[in-house]
Design a protein around this ligand. Structure first.
Ligand code: DAS
Length: 338
């Protein structure tokens, strides 16, 4: 008797992996046109790996995806898993994978693998990487050893944890890197290898209601000579939270401090680093605008979460009506579980 193949749901959301031209030369640029069915049909090597259940979920550039789309996607993924899928693959544009994969890791309540992938070279180019990425994503989604690792990003034959992965290059097929911890593993000869596993995952967040508009959270990168005038505008513009990508270990120019101090008295302000790796400091420097100064004024340290990921977490916490103390607690947990 032959063992049935694992069933894998494949959701397509658009992006480069799905982008082709309209066939008329010179009419300008590729756009998302292919759905999940066409994407998997272009990878004959999938036969014998899994039984695929293609779902055309969205057809867009990934910068146009919204938190509402992700809440709906998380629900649809859970439904497929409840119906018996062994795992799930999501194909989408790479521009926002570092955010979408992290949001899914906070929203999908199931240990079975959810694997996000995409492509840097569209299907009209020589060496298009979409088919290879779909194949290795499905192989990882089928792998029992990929269970319980949270949402994964599989790209260029590497397996990354959603929590740490970053897009680091505008065009390289090796764009996805996890600078703080490295990849969890890789795929070789079709076999997923998990070399490292996270010690724990961040607590799940209940799916927010999308009946009302989700709260807006601003992300501000601090730069040389900054004076804080944008910080002064944050509440007037209707933002309900701010994430600051600060210098180095958690520092801002002294002349920004007053504005941040005032804002942190009214809405949550989260402190991250613009460096892209490592952890925000909490107890080293004592100058005005240092991490100690800012944390004493009520800013919340994000640990190893970078600005984009801290913004995802803060948005979902606000959307599920966490108050400031609940938000502090959630970021404290995130720091502990780094
Ligand atoms: N940069 C493209 C991609 O890599 C577009 C997008 O993100 O949708 O898929």
């Amino acid at each position: 008797m032959t063992t049935p193949l694992p069933q894998i749901a494949v959701f397509s959301l658009g992006g480069t992996i799905a982008s082709t031209s309209d066939g008329q030369a010179g009419t300008g640029g590729v756009t998302p046109r292919l759905g999940a069915r066409e994407l998997v049909a272009a990878v004959p090597q999938l036969e014998g790996v899994a039984t695929l259940d293609p779902v055309a979920f969205r057809q867009t550039a990934s910068g146009d995806l919204t938190f509402e789309d992700l809440v709906a996607l998380a629900g649809a993924i859970e439904q497929k898993l409840a119906d018996g899928a062994a795992g799930v693959v999501v194909t989408q544009g790479t521009d926002s994978i570092e955010e979408t994969s992290f949001a899914l890791s906070l929203l999908v309540e199931d240990p079975r693998p959810v694997v996000v992938t995409g492509a840097m070279r569209n299907p009209t180019l020589a060496g298009a990487d979409g088919p290879a990425n779909i194949l290795s994503a499905v192989q990882v989604a089928c792998a029992p050893q990929a269970q319980g690792l949270g949402t994964l990003v599989v790209f260029n034959d590497e397996i990354h944890a959603a929590r740490y992965v970053r897009k680091t290059h505008t065009s390289s097929t090796a764009t996805f890197q996890s600078p703080t911890v490295g990849p969890l593993g890789w795929v070789v000869e079709g076999r997923p290898r998990i070399a490292l596993a996270p010690t724990a995952s961040l607590p799940l967040i209940a799916k927010p209601s999308t009946e009302e508009t989700l709260p807006a959270v601003a992300l501000l990168t601090v730069s040389l000579g900054d004076d804080g005038r944008l910080v002064d505008q944050v509440m007037a513009l209707g933002y309900q939270g701010l994430v600051v990508e600060s210098f180095g270990g958690g520092h801002v120019p002294a002349r920004m401090v007053a504005a941040l101090d005032t804002l942190a008295a009214s809405i949550p302000v989260v402190l991250t680093s613009r460096t892209g790796a490592g952890e925000v400091l909490t107890e080293t420097y004592g100058f005005p605008g240092s991490e100690r100064d800012l944390l004493a004024r009520g800013l919340i340290a994000a640990g190893t979460l970078d600005g984009l990921k801290a913004r995802v977490l803060l948005t979902l916490l606000l959307a599920t009506r966490h108050d400031v103390s609940g938000i502090r607690e959630a970021f404290a947990r995130a720091r502990e579980l780094s």
